[in-house]
Design a protein around this ligand. Structure first.
Ligand SMILES: C[S@@+](CC[C@H](N)C(=O)[O-])C[C@H]1O[C@@H](n2cnc3c(N)ncnc32)[C@H](O)[C@@H]1O
Length: 199
């Protein structure tokens, strides 16, 4: 069961599994602050990025937008557990040009592959990435995505200079990421925080 919600930036999101798919207060800007800005220095040449919690592809669209701007070749892999959420990409389209590549349009320098499945089970079957965007629900609803064990699997799936962006500023998650091997920085975005982990 889904309910449509209007975000403050005019984009429409949904309430699903008793959670907002995107924070109505910040909308698209949340994806950009938490995930895209920290990854921007990495977007040169060929980049391989994994999005965990692909959802309706808002974060992926913001990443594609930046890659097209910077003329880099992006190979984007997405993992999404809930097929119904992934289908929402046709319904809740954010006002960002590159979202059309999430719903089927092709671009020469962007390759996208999304798999419906549980990231905790699938991550080890994938190759290495330059960056991982970890965009699960949160530490309470999906603790398995923020555990030391899963973050260690993310660490092992990153190239030597790989980066992970995490949609929480939680101390517990920060400690889990440090124990998993990351050098972790907390980013402040006004009222909320997020984490960036580097190898
Ligand atoms: C905050 S939403 C992500 C929003 C999305 N990144 C976007 O741009 O539209 C969290 C997503 O994580 C997915 N998820 C939760 N547990 C997961 C798991 N174990 N593996 C893969 N996806 C998962 C949920 O179904 C949900 O779509």
């Amino acid at each position: 069961m889904t309910t449509d919600i209007l975000c403050n930036d005019g984009n429409k999101t949904i309430l699903i599994e008793e959670m907002y798919l995107h924070p109505p207060r910040y909308g698209m800007q949340h994806c950009i602050n938490v995930h895209i800005k920290p990854l921007t220095p990495l977007l040169k040449g060929n980049v391989q990025v994994l999005v965990i919690g692909f959802g309706a592809g808002w974060t992926a669209a913001a990443l594609i937008e930046e890659c097209i701007k910077k003329k880099c070749l992006l190979e984007l892999t997405g993992l999404e557990k809930n097929k119904e959420v992934y289908e929402q990409r046709f319904k809740i389209k954010p006002k960002i040009e590159s979202h059309k590549y999430i719903t089927g349009e092709k671009h020469d320098s962007i390759k996208i592959s999304v798999t419906i499945g549980d990231a905790t089970k699938m991550i080890e079957t994938l190759k290495e990435f330059d960056a991982i965007i970890l965009d699960g629900w949160n530490e309470l609803k999906t603790p398995e995505l923020y555990s030391e064990d899963f973050l260690k699997k993310c660490y092992d799936s990153l190239t030597k200079k790989g980066i992970i962006t995490i949609n929480t500023g939680s101390w517990n998650v920060k400690e889990n990421a440090i124990r998993a091997g990351f050098k972790v920085e907390t980013l402040k975005h006004g009222e909320y925080e997020s984490l960036v982990g580097r190898k």
